[in-house]
Design a protein around this ligand. Structure first.
Ligand SMILES: Nc1ncnc2c1ncn2[C@@H]1O[C@H](COP(=O)(O)OP(=O)(O)O)[C@@H](O)[C@H]1O
Ligand SMILES: [Mg+2]
Ligand SMILES: [Zn+2]
Length: 502
């Protein structure tokens, strides 16, 4: 007796179709699972056997062999319990082979026959759709998630018996699902920040060109407050970005009760005690890390120098490639990690520098404190901003502040300009310009060249810093709706370069 059903294996943030084959033969009774399986998949043996038994189905003592193919894809997680159980029941003639083969199954079984939710349902449903399946059976908790790709007939089940009822006669159990409506929280808006014109301007530039940003200022100057509002001025997620982000959250098990793909840009602010694995992703049961969860949004690292050096160092690859490869014992996995880095730090151990009336830190202490962040990481930051505490008149004044919507309008226009300019270059934003493209797109006139030459010697710029200034100037010109970068744009960009020990 032979049967076949389908499940899917998660790799990175995508799913690969997995065929579950069952053969029942005479011979020593037993249940054997093969096919490059992680330990939790091998344990399915016990869960499946007991769950079927507790559903009231008894099968004769036979030799059962389950094979999950393709053999070169490692199968992890507990979502194979359900397809394995269905394949076994089909092999024993409890279900028609035809029915079982039309459907993709995913779900973890409890010993009592209940079906528990699993991670990664969104990519699995996408995989079902791409492979031409019309039907998917998932745990009831994952039902809304499975509906996200659309065009699939989704059946959410609470128990194994419900799956059987559905497959045999299309009978669906009605489930009482709590309303998915979350309390609508108001997103923080730049409107709420008094004054801070210079900081807001720098943030607008950073977002418009996709640049990374470091905020330096004393405690209470409003760094966190500013950073939190950055997603509110970013352009809307495109459909592809939204799908990718939702898949990342799906395989992390964080896509609960959504009835649409994620629409909000993420803001991730891990504490400085975060481990490398939590930052980069990976682990025994692979999961995306904070840098992936921040995809298409903001990764905010507050108290930047307090992070472990190696945790910061591992940002280097994703900052260049917008992806991260996590090496594991059982092979590597690859996650998207395209985020805007916003870091914040105090300027010195006491936090008050450059206010020398308060700060008694020595030059050496300050240098040491700021030197905690490695150069290669600093080199990947384009804008350095000193945040001064808001002054009294601005804090108490009744002046109307610009809203995030207004700022976003300008950001979007600048982004559109860039997209049009780089349509053939295969990039989207100024931040992605490499040296070769820089020369082409950041052309300077004589007075501009002179200004840069001057700055180069006066501030002892590195080649990298020089290029960063050009990119930022490109963005400033774009916000100004100018194709030609002029000295005014350059001067502002030079103002955002890193200052060492000034
Ligand atoms: N420009 C400002 N407008 C309104 N409130 C401000 C401003 N700057 C600071 N605050 C207030 O000060 C608090 C502390 O700011 P915060 O962002 O936490 O500072 P930091 O992160 O630099 O230590 C904020 O929660 C806010 O109430
Ligand atoms: Mg803070
Ligand atoms: Zn100090």
């Amino acid at each position: 007796m032979f049967s076949r059903t389908y499940g899917a294996a998660i790799q990175g943030i995508d799913a690969i179709l997995v065929r579950v084959e069952v053969d029942v033969s005479d011979g020593l009774p037993g249940l054997e699972l093969v096919g490059f399986l992680a330990s939790e998949v091998r344990e399915a043996r016990e869960r499946v056997r007991v769950a079927i038994h507790n559903t009231g189905i008894v099968f004769p003592p036979k030799r059962i062999t389950v094979n999950l193919s393709p053999a070169d894809v490692r199968k992890e997680g507990t979502a194979f319990d359900l397809p394995i159980a269905i394949a076994i029941l089909t092999a024993f003639g409890h279900l028609s082979q035809e029915l079982a083969e039309q459907t993709i199954f995913a779900g973890e079984l409890s010993l009592d026959g209940r079906i528990n939710p699993v991670n990664g349902i969104l990519p699995i449903a996408c995989c079902a759709k791409e492979n031409g399946f019309s039907q998917i059976v998932v745990p009831v908790e994952n039902e809304t998630e499975a509906r996200l790709p659309g065009e699939l007939d989704v059946c959410g089940c609470e128990k194994l018996t419900e799956v059987l009822d559905f497959l045999r006669g299309g009978v669906r159990q009605e489930h009482d699902r709590g309303s998915g409506a979350e309390a609508i929280e108001r997103a923080p808006d730049f409107e709420e920040i008094c004054g801070q014109r210079a900081a807001k301007r720098a943030i607008e530039i950073a977002v418009a060109g996709g640049h990374n940003l470091l905020l330096m200022g004393s405690p209470g100057s409003g760094k966190t407050m500013l950073a939190k509002r950055i997603p509110s001025i970013m352009p809307e997620l495109t459909r592809e970005e939204s799908l990718e982000l939702s898949k990342i959250y799906s395989v992390s098990g964080r896509l609960d009760h959504v009835d649409t793909l994620l629409k909000k840009r993420p803001f991730c602010a891990p504490h400085h005690s975060i481990t490398q694995a939590a930052m980069a992703g990976g682990g025994n049961r692979p999961k995306p890390g904070e840098i992936s969860l921040a995809s298409h949004g903001v990764l905010f690292l507050d108290e930047f120098p307090e992070f472990e050096r190696r945790t910061i160092e591992l940002l280097r690859q994703p900052l260049e490639e917008r992806r991260i490869t996590v090496n594991r014992v059982s092979g590597s996995c690859d996650y998207p990690a395209s985020f805007m880095l916003v870091a914040a730090m105090n300027p010195c151990p006491c936090g008050a520098f450059p206010d020398r009336r308060v700060c008694r830190c020595t030059q050496n202490q300050i240098r040491k404190y700021q030197g905690k962040i490695s150069r290669p990481v600093l080199d990947r930051i384009d804008l350095f901003l000193q945040v001064a505490p808001v002054d009294y008149t601005e804090l108490t004044g009744k002046g109307k502040e610009e809203s995030s919507t207004e700022i976003r309008g300008r950001v979007c226009r600048a982004r559109e300009l860039q997209q049009r300019r780089y349509a053939d270059a295969g990039i989207l934003m100024n931040a992605e310009l490499d040296t070769k493209r820089l020369e082409k797109y950041c052309f300077l006139q004589e007075d501009g060249k002179e200004m840069m030459r001057d700055a180069f010697y006066r501030y002892n710029l590195s080649a990298r810093a020089y290029h960063r200034i050009l990119k930022v100037a490109r963005t400033i010109a774009d916000l100004d709706d100018r194709e030609q970068i002029d000295t005014m744009h350059l001067a502002e960009a030079i103002g955002y370069r890193r200052r060492e020990n000034e």
